[in-house]
Write a protein that binds this ligand. Structure first.
Ligand code: AMP
Length: 458
């Protein structure tokens, strides 16, 4: 890995990257940034967790003309969660200079506030293609000054069905612009997209270790009605610090999560029926370690920036073996060993054969009797999440919340976990031992001179 100082970046940019703890470039950054900075097109294979946001973010922020109050870069993402994460990362990188405005434009939230933000002219728009298309068609967004277009997780955008919207959006961007295309996989539709919209694109593919090597995979045969019990046994015996459980239907997600709760596991279900705010809250609680188990459908898990999980459990096997590989790829990242468990009914044995054929493996089903009965009590999650009814739009920042907990309430900073500030809401994770103290402090004391409504989520 090489240092950021090897790139023609300004001192404030390098200094800010150092403050963020980015000492050296990740492989995808080292191979992408020289081209991004030169304004060249790029077709890069990169996954979430590889540092891909900075691989385009450092470049487009460096090339930005801050005094020119027009949208100069457009970043398209498959989901709102990803767009929020990308915008968050870009804002951190943008701290090297004052007044860089980054606007998120995603579906599932009211239109008008977005329109108002756009009227105030952001430098960078990050969003989902469907809503961006709507704004363009209504004339509430102007892309006449865009110089860089980023398609992030392009394969997922096509999977979701955003191809038409992307096509429409391309028509609103000036002919000469830089297009950066990031994708985890390179199926034909992605290559077609590149051929149509890119010029002499440099291809960057970073060697990814064979993930199967670091994922221990187990297959248990179970009667359909016993699957919830087997899932509980697996959780009890292996005690993963974080586990994502896949079900094929949202009804199953809900009922499994409820079952696990009755067995003393702290779990949440995420599915398409949820309001955006509830969805965000569930993700925050899962990713900050206060709820270790998340039950999801493939659709709901799409775009979640959740990697490096201790375990993935296929409560239902997916219909396609490719989806199996995709699912288990969320565990065992960054050299850490992961675990993948799959529950198979006798009728589904052929699915295991399909997986073996695709992966060139020879996994067999194990007898569930080899699992000990679930008797021990489950571990309590180490963190507790609090929500606060203030966020970025009401000028509440992570530092304010941290200050209220550490300086005002005397809680050790080491006991404070992730702080997530959204537009109107914020979440903070606190070590369980300090949760009561934090609850009192946050509800009784003022934060930044104001009272907020604080909820404890267990
Ligand atoms: P991404 O793949 O963009 O989602 O990034 C994954 C994580 O890596 C994020 O939390 C980034 O803040 C972090 N990150 C990105 N680049 C670097 C770097 N050069 N050094 C250390 N951390 C990084």
């Amino acid at each position: 890995m090489s240092a950021f100082t090897a790139l023609p970046l300004t001192k404030p940019m390098i200094k800010n990257l150092e403050t963020l703890g980015y000492q050296k470039m990740t492989p995808v950054q080292a191979r992408s940034l020289p081209h991004v900075l030169k304004g060249e097109d790029l077709l890069a294979q990169a996954k979430t967790g590889s540092g891909k946001t900075a691989a385009f973010g450092v470049g487009l922020l460096h090339n930005l003309n801050v005094k020119h109050f027009r949208v100069q870069a457009l970043v398209m993402c498959p989901t709102r969660e990803l767009a929020e994460q990308v915008a968050g990362e870009l804002r951190r990188i943008a701290r090297f200079k004052h007044n860089i405005k980054i606007v998120t434009i995603c579906g599932g939230v009211p239109f008008l506030p977005q329109q108002i933000s756009l009227e105030h002219q952001g430098h960078i728009v990050v969003g989902t293609p469907g809503r961006i298309e709507q704004h363009l068609k209504r004339g509430t967004m102007n892309l006449d000054h865009v110089t860089t277009l980023v398609l992030d997780e392009a394969d997922r955008m096509l999977d979701i069905g955003f191809a038409d919207s992307i096509e429409v959006i391309m028509g609103y961007v000036p002919k000469t612009h830089q297009t950066l295309l990031f994708s985890a996989t390179f199926p034909k539709p992605i290559l077609d997209l590149s051929t149509r919209f890119q010029r002499n694109a440099h291809r960057v593919a970073v060697d990814v270790e064979h993930e199967q090597n670091v994922i221990r995979q187990y297959f248990y045969e179970s009667g359909w009605e016993w699957k919830p019990v087997v899932a509980a046994q697996i959780l009890d015996i292996y005690k993963p610090a974080s586990a994502l459980i896949f079900c094929n239907t949202k009804l199953q997600c809900k009922s499994l999560s409820t079952f696990l709760e009755t067995k003393g596991f702290s779990s949440l279900a995420i599915h398409g029926d949820l309001e955006q705010k509830d969805r965000t809250e569930i993700l925050v609680r899962f990713s900050n370690g206060s709820t270790p188990i998340l039950v999801a459908t493939d659709v709901a898990a799409r775009g979640l920036d959740i990697s490096g999980l201790s375990a993935v459990i296929n409560f239902d096997l997916p219909f396609e073996p490719e989806v199996y590989i995709h699912r288990i790829g969320r565990t065992g990242r960054a050299g850490k060993e992961g675990m993948a468990f799959s529950l198979i009914t006798p009728k589904e044995r052929f699915r295991l054969e399909e997986i073996n054929t695709l992966m060139g493996t020879a996994f067999e089903v194990s007898d569930i009797k080899t699992l000990e009965p679930a008797t021990q009590e489950s571990a309590t999650p180490p963190m507790v999440t609090f929500s606060i009814n203030g966020g970025r739009k009401t000028k509440l920042r992570p530092g304010d919340i941290l200050g209220a907990l550490t300086k005002d309430a005397g809680i050790d900073g080491g006991c404070v976990g992730k702080i997530n500030c959204f537009e109107f809401y914020s979440y903070v994770a606190i070590e369980r031992t300090m949760a009561d103290k934090a609850e009192k402090a946050l509800s009784k004391n003022k934060i930044k001179g104001r009272h907020f409504i604080v909820h404890r989520h267990e």
